[in-house]
Design a protein around this ligand. Sequence first.
Ligand code: ADP
Length: 544
Amino acid sequence: MRGLMMDYPLTLPPLLERAQTLFGYREIVTRLPDQSLHRYTMANFVERAKRLAVALKKLGVEPGDRVGTLAWNHYQHLEAYFGIPCASGVLHTLNLRLHPDDITYIANHAGDRVILVDDTLLPLLEQCLGKLDAERIVVMSQGGGPREWPDGLLDYETLLADADPGSYEAPDPDENDAAAMCYTSGTTGMPKGVVYSHRSIMLHAMALAMSDLFAIRERTAYLPVVPMFHVNAWGTPFCCVMMGAKQVFPGPHLDAASLCDLLASEKVTITAGVPTIWLAILEHLDSDPERYDLSEIELMLVGGAAAPPTMIQGFDERHGLNVVHAWGMTETSPLGSVSYVSPKHDDLSREEKFVLRAKQGRMSPLVEVRGQARDGLIPWDGETVGELEVRGPWVASSYYDSEQGADSFTEDGWFRTGDIVSIDADGYIRIEDRAKDVIKSGGEWISSIALENALMGHPDVAEAAVIAIAHPKWIERPLAVIVLSGDKSPTLAEVRSHLEPHFAAWWLPDALEVVDEIPRTSTGKFKKSVLRDRFADYQLPDED
Ligand code: ADP
């Protein structure tokens, strides 16, 4: 017997109508490049997104055409998030932290026909001009009216002013049609294109609204520090429009003082960022704990890289702020798992709860996980490690036009994440390492992440990355690369005795190097490949 319910397609265009009807009053705030604040309402946003859809069609955008964006987090970028799919196009966010050659490669590989670019990022895009296949470049300048641009560049505000929102006709795409795409940031290889469908975005947005996930609702005031140019700012702009949340965009100002100021003045309740950003904010708050009133914040989501437990604890104990750890990838839209303390664990001690919260958490509804080791699936015992594999309605089933990534997908329909994990009996996942970062010492694995987290708990260490160094006997051994928090430099022996209570003796680093900074990827993660190159010929001290 078949169910007799409607086969109602899950697509983005109806969200615009919903936002207009129910949430027209809701504010959208942006910090502009000159630090001033731009404010308008959801009703203004919907009208302008429709104008953009009309304007793109006038420019010749056909169903399925890719429209690139090279932009910070702001209201016009939000308009593009909806205006492009509502013109039946595909929103393709370009990562502004990449080298111009990479931006050119990615825009051309995706087949971007039009690119929307911030005026402040024109110097970057100009380095790609001449090599880009895109036919039209549209410049967005925030806060002002229409402007003139040289060299055939079009002006975003002029296009919108000339478009009649009354002539907007909501498209009726198939729910499996592409709505957006994003390239992996290439931390572990060439960037590969992930193509999100209307359906995957809608289901993912609904999941974000769930209370044990991101809990976004109409009363939420949400500030994404995570960039709109990477994994759609974790899909949250779609969710905020769906639920009617207030949105607060930081523009290009991502320093701790500007962010704290905005969090306080706009009474933000939920915010999301990578550990690097929260570490800087923690330091800023520690230096002057009374300066900001952040009492409205319910949730500070952290993900994209492992959050050190000391950071979660520091926010909690010194500032009363609730940091929640989440795991995800470009290929998983990105929401995979979130780490809340289950009522089952209410009896754990305070310390034990921090340890649990620093795990990557349990899978979202509709996402399934398993750990694959060489000899089969791992047991959920919290100890055995294997590669995390996932499947679900917002997980990629293949890469766009790429042979290279084919081995990331198993024959039985799972995505291989490249993350090495253990899973405990309650389903809490712990990322032990990325497959490429794990240190293989004498046939056994040492988790670089575990050592880094513990090192970052040492008072003299601000940041730490642990990498594998070639070793004649053990094949690989760990080298700890640290950035000092002050003037005092700990010795290797001091560092080892700090780690000793928590690790087997053979896990302890064989050497220590102090550097001015740890190189980072375009999304703020440690770029260990650069360190590996730098220390490729490193000679480990002789063993006693
Ligand atoms: P890239 O693969 O280029 O770094 P992504 O942004 O897709 O781009 O990164 C996904 C990866 O980031 C995951 O596979 C994982 O290794 C890492 N990651 C994401 N969230 C966490 C987390 N909470 N803890 C540890 N690692 C994380």
